[in-house]
Design a protein around this ligand. Structure first.
Ligand SMILES: [Zn+2]
Length: 258
């Protein structure tokens, strides 16, 4: 049985609810680039970049599933770096499928639930919404915030990053936590955490002012790295569709330093 890129894309669309999930207009979730195919091997990466395309090609993959796709700034000229990406994609006949917020919020393949599971945390509530659709998660725990930071840091290091935290009050324990992967630290998420009496917000990254604001709102923000916190979803969904179709797959590790 051969699998075409459009068929694999439809399978992913259904699995992730891509058609009904709100996202930034330029996210362009779904199949972004077609190929001649058929699909021989799947690669999963956080970002589509010259580096990840090259590693995918070396692995013999011709269908690349990513969390951050090609078109973030909307209509753009296919010149410079973008031209180089397209040139590589066409040269290796690689299709690109991108899923952004649908892959953050998903109950089974979402970056947020999978990060909670990695940390041994049990989600019981939703946290942080985009256009009315919840993206992040939250739950209860009873552990020293320092210990939680160590757990998160160990996770980040396994994925090429490291975790940092805003000021942690001496002896503080985390009874309520929230997770919002990627660029999840903002005044909005801090206000939501404060209102929900969340002691610790685990996220990928955020602007400097969030670390200044956090202690004033009684929240510790753990910045676990944008890249590290978004490695799990693409791998999980790639593994699922690979199982369903009998295609081989692999994860392309390409930490960005952020
Ligand atoms: Zn992201």
């Amino acid at each position: 049985m051969t699998t075409r890129a459009v068929e694999l894309a439809h399978r992913l669309d259904r699995l992730l609810g891509v058609d009904v999930h709100p996202d930034y207009p330029a996210a362009l979730n779904g199949l972004q680039v077609d190929h001649q195919g058929p699909v021989r091997r799947i690669a999963a990466a956080v970002d589509v970049s010259q580096r990840t395309i090259e590693v995918a090609a070396q692995a013999g993959a011709n269908f690349l599933i990513v969390h951050h796709g090609l078109f973030w700034t909307g209509s753009q000229r296919v010149v410079g770096g973008l031209y180089s990406r397209f040139r590589q994609l066409f040269a290796h006949d690689i299709a690109v499928y991108s899923a952004h917020l649908p892959l953050d919020s998903h109950a089974e393949f979402g970056n947020n639930v999978l990060l909670a599971r990695e940390l041994g945390l049990m989600p019981s509530r939703r946290f942080a919404s985009y256009q009315g659709t919840p993206i992040g998660i939250a739950g209860d725990s009873d552990m020293p915030t320092d210990a939680l930071l160590s757990l998160v840091d160990a996770f980040s290091r396994r994925h090429g990053g490291q975790a940092r935290a805003s000021e942690i009050p001496t002896g503080q324990r985390t009874h309520r936590w929230a997770i919002c992967t990627g660029a999840g630290a903002s005044t909005e998420t801090l206000l939501e955490a404060e209102a929900a009496k969340v002691q610790t917000l685990i996220t990928g990254e955020g602007p400097h002012h969030t670390a200044v604001e956090a202690p004033e709102r009684g929240v510790v923000v753990i910045y676990a790295g944008h890249y590290a916190t978004e490695t799990l979803g693409v791998a999980a969904v790639a593994e699922r569709v690979a199982d369903e179709t009998g295609l081989p797959w692999s994860f392309v590790s390409a930490p960005t330093g952020l």
